[in-house]
Design a protein around this ligand. Structure first.
Ligand SMILES: NC(=O)c1ccc[n+]([C@@H]2O[C@H](COP(=O)([O-])OP(=O)(O)OC[C@H]3O[C@@H](n4cnc5c(N)ncnc54)[C@H](OP(=O)(O)O)[C@@H]3O)[C@@H](O)[C@H]2O)c1
Length: 336
């Protein structure tokens, strides 16, 4: 298998190197791509040094079977044809193609088979907050239809890339040393703060990130579910958390939900209030599954259930989900 990673130097790109190795992904040759900034840099994969190539409109993707792209929507749009021209399957982490009708949007635990129908040779990896939410929703949807979701997210700094994570570290240092605080990656200082805005605002007052949760959830789950989201950036380094409220067609008891989450694919139940056991981002960074806890009946709605989830958004929310899609294609023999 000849594999390419576009955006190898980034937060997600680096995670691809770890996940591919960790999962023993079958690779005969690995190619790494970046912009002028990282071209020429070397990364070690399975004991071998690989130099980052400059991404250009040339024949570098000839013979590539799978290209994992995580270099932003602009780069994905500009280079999609160059990447797929010779038959490579492009699994794209950006928002460039997610809502296009002829591009499947896939979370393997929910809709793996959608990946088989890809007329443009592109499969989109959903937004990170949506991925971890639908993995949890699927367990309940298997019991009864989810009509409505209210969700507030608590999104870690690294969701905005490697440089954003560095900025948060630096801001804490600056505050503690009484130095002026440098703000570049976020709209405001994030250290000791919360920012109730992720991405830009749209006409209806919701941000783009919040509308992604609405639209992408419906597309992945093939559902008419309505999703109202508030997305908040928090000064955690890695792993997104979400407080989720759902309304289902018939009431679901806490016991029934616990069993469904415990058995759900890609999920770990972590819900022992008496022992103070519940998911927290600090302790779950770098883990594969989505963790679910704080499961309660909604006190204001007989058909309502509320719970709390945490997932590593660079892993399950990006690199791992993309690699799982590729593993599925290999398993069903749907890759050349
Ligand atoms: N961070 C997350 O939690 C997360 C989760 C899900 C999806 N994503 C998506 O994944 C993508 C990457 O995110 P990230 O967090 O990894 O960002 P990042 O840390 O800022 O890395 C960006 C990467 O893109 C590369 N790049 C930028 N412009 C390029 C160009 N013209 N040609 C080739 N490579 C180029 C950069 O290479 P150079 O260093 O050479 O410029 C770098 O490797 C984004 O679309 C993001 O929305 C991120």
């Amino acid at each position: 298998m000849k594999v390419a990673i576009v955006g190898a130097s980034g937060a997600v790109g680096q995670e691809f190197l770890r996940v591919l190795d960790e999962r023993n992904f079958p690779i005969d040759e690995l190619l790494l791509f970046g912009s002028q900034r990282s071209a020429g840099r070397k990364y070690t994969f399975r004991g071998k040094e690989i130099e980052v190539k400059l991404l250009q409109h040339n024949d570098d993707f000839k013979g590539v079977d799978i290209a994992f792209t995580s270099a932003g929507a602009g780069t994905s749009k500009e280079f999609a044809d160059t990447i797929t021209r010779y038959g490579a399957v492009m699994i794209d982490n950006s928002s460039a193609f997610r809502m296009d009708a002829d591009i499947p949007l896939v979370v393997p635990e929910v809709n793996a088979q959608d990946a088989l129908n890809r007329p443009r040779g592109i499969i989109a990896n959903p937004n990170c907050t949506t991925i971890q939410m639908v993995v949890a929703l699927k367990a309940i949807e298997n019991l009864t239809h989810i009509k409505r979701v209210h969700v507030s997210t608590y999104q870690a700094a690294s969701g905005a890339g490697a440089a954003a994570m560095d900025e948060l570290y630096e801001q804490y240092r600056q505050v503690l040393n009484n130095e002026p605080v440098k703000v570049e990656k976020f709209a405001y200082q994030l250290a000791f703060n919360l920012i109730p805005q992720i991405d830009v605002f749209t006409d209806n007052g919701y941000t783009k990130e919040e509308m992604k949760m609405y639209n992408e959830t419906r597309k992945i789950m093939h559902s008419d579910v309505k999703v109202s989201a508030t997305c908040v950036r928090v000064p955690a380094l890695r792993s997104h958390s979400e407080s989720i409220w759902i309304e289902t067609e018939r009431p679901v008891s806490v016991e029934e939900a616990r069993k469904a989450f415990a058995e759900g694919e890609g999920l770990v139940l972590m819900d022992n209030p008496e022992k103070k056991e519940y998911p927290m981002p600090l302790f779950l960074a770098g883990k594969d599954p989505v963790y679910v806890g704080r499961i309660r009946k909604d006190l204001s709605d007989e058909n309502g259930l509320t719970f709390w989830i945490v997932g590593d958004q660079i892993k399950k929310g990006a690199a791992l989900n993309a690699v799982q899609i590729a593993e599925y294609l290999i398993k069903v023999g749907n890759i050349r």
